[in-house]
Design a protein around this ligand. Structure first.
Ligand SMILES: [Zn+2]
Length: 353
């Protein structure tokens, strides 16, 4: 559990939060509109997750025959994984640069010399897709249609990722855009030879095209940012918590999941889906109540701290996740408050006509 020693704590990330706020301020409204935050200004207290992979190792953990998680030694730097069949290999997520993508391929080569047939991007963010270019030309890159479309905004994504790597552009200097070869809409079944992998899009969550990679025989699901990992709450980065709730409900109803390999934190049992559902439904109701009571956004943010039951204990190895999740919660509250306010206003205008 010493792996958490290097996990960035409050002092460093608090400085980063200021840097982000300044960056957003300087960018001005036009540039902010261009961002995937859609002009959204993160609330005070939100901390950018530290994703610089320098010095990070991806550790191979076998979960079932032919089924491997690749776990970052410094969460929340991205996890990955791969599945081996008789014909070849499927890799989940390409990581943030060529060096990390090569580390993934070296981990595959330590297990098998079969070709990497597929690489799945679980969302469009650079920390999941920038390594695409470093995979062999024969590897087919697979993503949801909306993920593939969003990946075209390459320079915008690099700009957004910069504060998350402590302003160090050298982290992804090497990267060239490589778009997916295959896209899908709802689901896709890939047969690796004696081992089937399912790709599912249950709806928008953290991003519009969130994809779950599921191995039915092992009951393992890679969830990207849709479920971040142990000790996490959902992060509605682009808003719409009601849609996120429906997405998780669909996933929970359709898949029998025992193990979740989240995109960013330690592995977690399938029951985490229940915790995500509880959080989202409670969150929407409490923001609705605050609005009904006439509270301002500031009053709402102040009156709705993240409930202790959703946080990992202070003395646990996951304690370092706490400030990040408290920030994510504030982000969710602001997003939901703004959306419910806009909806209310639209309803009133419709009534007045
Ligand atoms: Zn991510």
């Amino acid at each position: 559990m010493t792996r958490y020693r290097n996990f960035t704590g409050v002092s460093k990330t608090a400085g980063l939060a200021v840097a982000v706020a300044v960056a957003f301020g300087l960018a001005g409204p036009a540039a902010a509109q261009e961002s995937s935050f859609g002009g959204f200004e993160p609330p005070a207290g939100w901390l950018p997750p530290p994703l610089d992979p320098t010095g990070v190792q991806l550790q191979t953990k076998q979960l079932a025959p032919g089924v491997y998680a690749l776990l970052s030694t410094r969460p929340p730097v991205d996890n990955s994984g791969f599945i081996v069949g008789e014909k070849g290999v499927l890799v989940i997520d390409a990581h943030i640069n060529g060096a990390m993508a090569r580390q993934i391929q070296a981990a595959v080569r330590a297990v098998t010399d079969k070709p990497i047939l597929y690489l799945v991007n679980t969302n469009y963010h650079g920390d999941h897709t920038f390594g695409n270019y470093a995979f062999p030309a024969e590897t087919k890159i697979v993503a949801h249609r909306e993920t593939a479309e969003a990946m075209r905004h390459f320079d915008r994504e690099k700009a957004l990722l910069l504060p998350l790597v402590n302003g160090n552009a050298a982290v992804f200097d090497d990267v060239r855009l490589r778009l997916p070869d295959v896209t899908f809409e709802k689901s896709l079944r890939l047969d690796l030879g004696g081992r089937v992998v399912e790709l599912h899009h249950f709806g928008p969550g953290n991003t519009p095209g969130d994809t779950v990679v599921y191995v039915p025989e092992a009951k393992v699901a890679w969830t990207g940012n849709l479920v971040l990992g142990a000790g996490s709450i959902p992060w509605a980065i682009e808003g719409n918590t009601p849609a996120y709730l429906e997405t998780i409900a669909r996933m929970a109803a359709r898949l029998d999941v025992e193990t979740i390999v989240g995109g960013h934190i330690l592995m977690t049992p399938g029951e985490t889906l229940g915790s995500y559902l509880d959080y989202l439904s409670g969150h929407i109701k409490s923001v609705q109540r605050a609005l009904g009571a006439g509270k301002t956004l500031e009053q709402t943010l102040a009156s709705l701290p993240l409930e202790e039951s959703y946080l990992p204990p202070k003395d646990s190895p996951l304690a370092a996740v706490r400030p990040l999740m408290q920030g994510v919660h504030l982000w969710n509250v602001k997003r939901t408050y703004q959306e419910l306010t806009a909806r209310e206003r639209a309803d009133q205008q419709a009534l007045a006509q």
